[in-house]
Design a protein around this ligand. Structure first.
Ligand code: NAP
Length: 294
């Protein structure tokens, strides 16, 4: 058996195309151009790459981009003052503060300072609480992308047994909440979980989000299961070259799974596409318009 490959790159491109069409419609019908502010503090190389990709895709959809760069030496007060200005700016519907922040800045304080209705990363405690309560709000982008990908092969997740490996606030926990909202039965695993391979082997859906290169092996996977790999790990191969792998041993896992996401080209592209969806939703909500059907 060879798993179907869930092509996150193509699915994300399709989602971006629908966002682009919706941006054009909002502009024509309501004179509304969704705007997102992207804030990068310092020059962490990985963050610079992420921000470059995000800003390019924002511009391609026709949204307005407000690009803010602060030096690595910027103080917490300086960043909080910028957040306050962006909160007050009606042209800005979404605010993304790229993490991690330099050590002198408390990321939690900055996240808490965001206007929750502009928190397109879905990290604000109010949005996390709304998700936990099953209320509408802005949902973290990576978990949202994972659900969209899983539903491309399993349109209904109702009653399925799911395991989420990882309990971080940005991936594992919100993903588990979204799965509960889909009426899946969810187990959240972490470093203290006993006998993880056996636990995973009975699950219809396996989400790997622990940041451990190729940890999920073939014999962890129930035959026919849907495997969504969130991990992004840079490893050095025997020939000294560097490559990116996921948290799942892809080549062996694909021989038993029913469907699987590759790394790269799986969850990664969906994260940015979902950021665009969230910005669109935030812009519509700010104007009192119905949520877009992208
Ligand atoms: P994180 O904050 O480091 O959390 C990792 C979680 O995995 C923790 O809950 C940890 O358990 C658990 N874990 C670690 N090792 C484990 C093990 N051996 N067995 C069981 N559980 C284990 O990481 P994160 O921010 O959630 O990110 C997870 C991965 O996803 C990383 O590779 C990251 O690069 C990737 N990621 C990708 C995207 C994307 O767009 N594709 C977005 C975000 C993150 P404890 O709580 O017990 O420590």
């Amino acid at each position: 058996m060879s798993a179907a490959i869930i092509d996150g790159k193509a699915i994300a491109a399709d989602l971006r195309a629908r966002v682009t069409a919706e941006v054009a419609r909002l502009s024509a019908a309501h004179a509304l151009t969704p705007g997102i502010a992207v804030v990068l503090v310092g020059n962490d190389p990985a963050s610079e790459i992420y921000v470059r990709t995000k800003t390019r895709q924002v511009v391609e959809t026709g949204m307005r981009l407000f690009d803010h760069r602060l030096p690595a030496s910027a103080g917490e007060d300086e960043l909080l003052a910028l957040v306050a200005r962006l909160n007050a700016d009606p042209a800005v519907h979404g605010i993304l503060v790229q993490l991690p922040l330099p050590p002198q800045i408390d990321a939690q304080k900055v996240i808490a300072a965001l206007d929750p209705s502009k928190d397109v990363d879905g990290f604000h405690p109010l949005n996390a609480g709304r998700l936990a309560r099953g209320l509408p709000g802005l949902v973290p982008c990576t978990p949202l992308g994972c659900i969209i990908l899983a539903k491309t092969v399993r349109p209904s997740l109702v009653g399925l047994d799911a395991v989420v490996i990882g309990r971080s606030n940005i991936v594992g926990k919100p993903l588990a909440q979204l799965l509960i909202a889909e009426s899946a039965t969810v187990t959240i695993a972490h470093t203290k979980t006993r006998d993880l391979p056996t636990l995973c082997r009975s699950k219809d859906l396996l989400f790997a989000a622990m940041g451990r290169p190729e940890m999920v092996k073939r014999d962890w996977i129930k035959p026919g299961a849907t495997v969504i790999d969130v991990g992004i790990n840079r490893v050095t191969t025997a020939d000294g070259k560097s490559r990116v792998v996921g948290d799942v041993a892809f080549e062996e896992a694909r021989t038993v799974a029913g469907a699987i996401t590759p790394v790269p080209g799986g969850v990664g592209p969906m994260t940015i596409a979902c950021l665009l969806v969230n910005t669109l939703r935030a812009a519509c909500a700010a104007r009192g318009l119905a949520a877009p059907s992208v």
